[in-house]
Design a protein around this ligand. Structure first.
Ligand SMILES: *Cc1c(COP(=O)(O)O)cnc(C)c1O
Length: 388
């Protein structure tokens, strides 16, 4: 390759000519296919999967992920922004694509041109879309207690208004649960109230002769905790990618495989003496002589800074090693005193398997005090995605 070709390779897929570079993500598309099959096996045949691929498919890279999902028979997708919708349309020419987040009415042309469906949250917004003059497909959001987006389920007149705009075609009606993961009486009580409010609105609309289109309500936890309420579409996000939000159990057992691994390289190995400290702020001080590996990944890559001092791990050559000192923007340091065979250039696994060891995304999220959805969607565009 000449210099210009090399530059083009660098820029086109954000990877070096040697592919992985300093830190990277590996995506197991067969695991994705397995997870789709697992979800399908637990929902009725008549229920479709509307795959939630917002935030670059939770960090997995939306293009390859959507392509594979289409091969596996997925026909509908949900994204958050009109830009995500336009990008997805390139690889999903025939799919239903629902934009669930806010679209400025000034961008209605893109909804129209790319044949995207827009979630409508109230009458004011429906009117604004209608007044753009574009004939648009919409789904109506009903707020049943999440208090985030949607017409309040108690306000039937407003729901009805949204159905009456000449330039809006209502293709579906949706709600979103606040606590589908919780299985105590309080959470299941709230969830059942939400479902009841949703169904009351749907029934009244049907009674009055409206075509409500497709019904959908269930995100990942809803699918596995309330298998009796799946409707026309389910909207799984996190579980398509093979993980739970936290390390917990669902009523119907999931049989998911993690799709994503996160890896980086040992940039340098050094020995330090007792009393020496590691990284910014000297929050870690060695009590005995130690061997330290500097690894080429940091919080700018999406490896959470919050794990500093809380017990994060990396796996090197099949052995787990604790993160010591603060996570830097582009690097972390591992205590590799116990690992005899280690040198610069070795691969470090931050999420995924190496030999007999595994670090699950749920563990990283817990250590960082958050959920896997946050960790995965926060993985930076600086990391090349490598697909298997
Ligand atoms: C993000 C999102 C989902 C997917 O949620 P998961 O918990 O990741 O399965 C479904 N529906 C709506 C409205 C969402 O915002």
């Amino acid at each position: 390759m000449d210099e210009r070709e090399i530059r083009l390779v660098y820029m086109s897929n954000n990877s070096t000519p040697c592919q992985q570079g300093r830190a990277w993500i590996e995506i197991d598309l067969d695991a994705l296919a397995h997870n789709i099959a697992d979800i399908r096996s637990k929902i009725p045949k008549s229920t479709g999967i509307m795959a939630v691929v917002k935030a670059n498919a939770y960090g997995h890279g939306v293009e390859k992920v959507a392509e594979r999902m289409i091969c596996e028979g997925v026909k509908a997708f949900a994204v958050t922004s009109v830009v995500e919708g336009v990008q997805l349309r390139e690889v999903a020419p025939d799919s239903t694509i629902l934009v669930m987040g806010y679209t400025h009415p000034g961008d209605a042309r893109w909804l129209y041109e790319c044949n995207l469906s827009q979630l409508v949250v109230d009458d004011i917004y429906a009117k604004a879309l209608n007044d753009t003059g574009y004939n648009l497909r919409v789904h109506v959001a009903i707020d049943t207690g999440m208090n985030r987006l949607g017409v309040e389920s108690s306000n039937f007149e407003e729901v009805e208004k949204v159905f009456k705009y000449a330039d809006l075609t209502v293709e579906g009606i949706a709600t979103h649960l606040s606590s589908p993961d919780g299985q105590n009486d309080s959470d299941t009580g709230v969830t059942r109230m939400q479902i009841e409010s949703f169904m009351t609105v749907v029934c009244r609309l049907k009674e009055k002769g409206y075509n409500v289109g497709k019904l959908h309500a269930m995100s990942s936890y809803g699918i596995f905790n309330y298998p009796e309420f799946n409707y026309d579409y389910v909207r799984p996000g996190i579980m398509l990618y093979g993980v739970h939000s936290i390390d917990d159990k669902t009523k119907v057992k999931t049989e998911l495989r993690p799709v994503l691994s996160l890896k980086a390289i040992v940039a340098q190995v050094r020995r330090i003496k007792a009393g020496e400290s590691v990284s910014y702020g000297r929050t870690f001080t060695a009590e005995k002589p130690m061997k330290i590996a500097t690894v080429s990944i940091g919080y700018a890559d999406g490896f959470p800074r919050q794990i500093s001092g809380n017990g994060g791990m990396g796996i090197v050559n099949g052995i787990k090693a604790p993160v010591v000192g603060r996570v830097c923007m582009d690097m972390i340091m591992l205590d590799v005193t116990a690992i005899e065979q280690i040198k610069a250039g070795d691969t470090v696994t931050l999420i995924g398997k190496d030999g007999n060891e595994e670090i699950r995304c749920e563990e990283v999220a817990k250590t960082a005090g958050t959920i896997t959805n946050d960790i995965l969607s926060g993985l930076s565009s600086r990391l090349p995605r490598i697909y298997r």
